[in-house]
Structures are given as C-alpha cells and as structure tokens.
Design a protein around this ligand. Structure first.
Ligand code: PMV
Length: 331
C-alpha cells in the first residue's frame, strides 16, 4: 500500500473534495525524542523499525497558514520566498499533490521560531503544522491518530508533533502502517525543563533520512538497536509515570549516545557532533559529578538539548549563559 492508498483509506470520500474555507491555519510544537527513531522498515511510508517517545517543545515550533492560490504553488518560510524546486519546496509540493485535484494550487506560509534543518525538529513541526492547517482548510475533522499518520507520510518524526506533551509513536507491524501512529501519554510534568544549547545554527550536512539508511545498511551495531529501544521505552514510560527524573535522564542520554555510536560505526562514518558539542557533553558530565542533576540528548545535528528540573535552572543558566529554556508544560 503506497502513500496515496493510505490517504484514500483515511479520507475516503473527503479526498479531493473542495476546501471548506479559504484559509487554514495551525501551530505545531517541535518535539525532541527521549527514545529515538532511527531506521525505517519502509522508506516510502516512513514506517519505523522501532517505537519512539518524545516531549514537545511548548511554544517552539511552526505556525503554518495555507490558502488557495491561482495557477501555481507559493511557499514562504519565515517570510522569505522559497523556490518550489528547492529541496524543501519539492518535498512540500509532492506532499500537497497527495491531497489535491489538478486545478487546486496553494500558498503556504511556514513560520518557525527554531532554526531550519539544524537537528531541532523543524521538518517535524513544519509537516505537522501543515497537516493541521490542511485539516482546518478542508474541514476534515480527523482524529489525532489519523492526523499523525498523515504527518508521518511527510516526515517520520512529524507524527509526534500533532499534539503537545509526552508522545509515543507506536512502530506498528502492518505493511500499510495503519497501526503506526502517535499517542499522547497522560502525564503532565510541570517541573520538567528542556534547555537548548546551540552550537551551530547551520543546516545539517547530511539529512536524517540519508543517515538512517546508511546506518541500517552498514553499521555492525544496528542489530542491537531494536532490543535497546524496547528496554528504553519501558524505562522512559515508567520514569514519566512515576516522575522519576534520574531514570528519565539516564535512559534518554544513553539512548541518544547509542544512536550516535551507531552512526559513527556506519561507513562512510556520520558524525553530527562538532568540537563544541563534545566540550558541552564533558561539561555536563562534570556538572553531574558535582551534584547537578542534568542530562542531554542530541539529534541529527550538533546542538544539545539538556534535560533537568526547574530547581536546577539557576545553575544551568550560570554554566550555559546562552541556553534557551523551554518548559514543555508551562507556556
Ligand atoms: O523524522 P526525521 O526524518 O526528521 O528523523 C528524526 C530523527 C531524530 O530526530 C534523530 C530522532 C527522532 O526520533 O526524532
């Protein structure tokens, strides 16, 4: 079953209907995985090898508006026109093609308050907000699980940005991926903080899709990953439920380091860290030795996301003066 069949199953007679109004608008928070998604079992439908679990980044994310346009598609990102034949423009166009009949064109405006393509989940919140804006424009009124499947077709981790909070993405086993959707955990953890330590705001040198493909194909360590994830998912869900911060932090940091170790063992090797990333890691390990309860996670980029509770905030601002603080449940 391919993308168009999945969409037809979800939208049935609503597919290719005319929009319910002239303009759709939506916001989606970025999300940071505490247990990572790394490896696809189906590259076209973005079906993952394993489940994953994330926390959303509150007001950090993407706001998308979509309107009908005459004759051609237009895309603006952060107020700047982006050519439809650029890499991101192409991804958006191909995605929009799945939902429209031939005479429909769109004007899409995406505003991000996080750096674009720098390993800060910009494509995740970009595609999630686009799906939510399409849902608004066409008046589909779809359930969140269905919206998460549509978002996954644009970018895997986008399925975890449909709603805020702690989100589990079930890997599923079906070939059509109808059981590969995201679901919200009920816990709200108001003391939880995420600190963004920006090492570099530039776009990443290798896309996450490409890096995943290479890791799965060439890393001798990849075969151990699914077992590690099964264990980490249990530990993280338990930590969230019991608000056990040390278990959460230790599992999330170890999960991220395992993912990067697999990339380093791929061929050609993939290293997203810069020297400043390593220095920041060493600083965090030293702070931990001195009694500060802080952990980190890292995605497909050199920037670190620190995990800590509100009481450690003054200490972290002292040691990382340019840290950007996000409180996922207080904004
Ligand atoms: O969904 P993608 O293709 O942007 O890949 C996301 C990969 C990581 O951010 C590194 C891990 C994750 O689970 O978000």
């Amino acid at each position: 079953m391919r993308k168009q069949d999945v969409i037809a199953t979800i939208l049935s007679e609503q597919l290719f209907a005319d929009p319910a109004k002239n303009r759709g608008e939506a916001f989606a928070s970025a999300n940071i995985a505490l247990c990572k998604y790394w490896g696809k079992r189906d590259t076209e439908l973005n079906l993952p090898v394993t489940s994953s679990l994330s926390i959303s980044l509150g007001e950090k994310g993407a706001r998308t508006t979509i309107e009908l346009n005459e004759n051609q598609d237009i895309l603006t990102v952060n107020g700047e026109n982006m050519a439809m034949n650029s890499a991101f423009g192409q991804r958006i166009k191909v995605y929009l093609d799945l939902f429209r009949h031939s005479n429909l064109f769109f004007k899409v405006d995406i505003k991000l308050n996080i750096p674009f393509a720098a390993g800060l989940a910009s494509s995740a919140c970009g595609f999630a907000s686009l799906v939510l804006a399409l849902n608004d424009l066409f008046g589909w009124k779809l359930a969140e699980s269905k919206l998460s499947i549509l978002a996954r077709l644009g970018s895997g981790s986008a399925c975890r940005s449909i709603s805020p909070g702690f989100i589990e993405w079930h890997a599923g086993t079906r070939l059509d991926g109808m059981d590969s959707y995201s679901e919200k955990l009920t816990t709200r953890w108001t003391e939880l903080c995420v600190g963004l330590v920006m090492v570099n705001r530039q776009a990443k040198p290798i896309s996450s899709s490409e890096a995943m493909k290479r890791t799965v194909a060439t890393s001798a360590l990849y075969s151990a990953w699914p077992t590690k994830v099964v264990r980490d998912m249990v530990l993280i869900k338990q930590a969230v439920e019991q608000q056990d911060f040390i278990q959460l932090g230790e599992t999330a940091e170890s999960n991220a380091l395992n993912m990067h170790a697999m990339m380093l063992s791929a061929w050609p090797p993939i290293l997203y860290a810069l020297p400043e990333t390593i220095l920041a890691m060493q600083k965090i390990w030293k702070l931990r030795e001195e009694g500060v309860t802080v952990y980190f996670t890292q995605d497909a980029g050199p920037n670190l996301k620190l995990l800590f509770l509100n009481q450690e905030l003054p200490m972290l601002v002292e040691h990382f003066p340019s840290i950007e603080i996000v409180r996922p449940f207080v904004y």
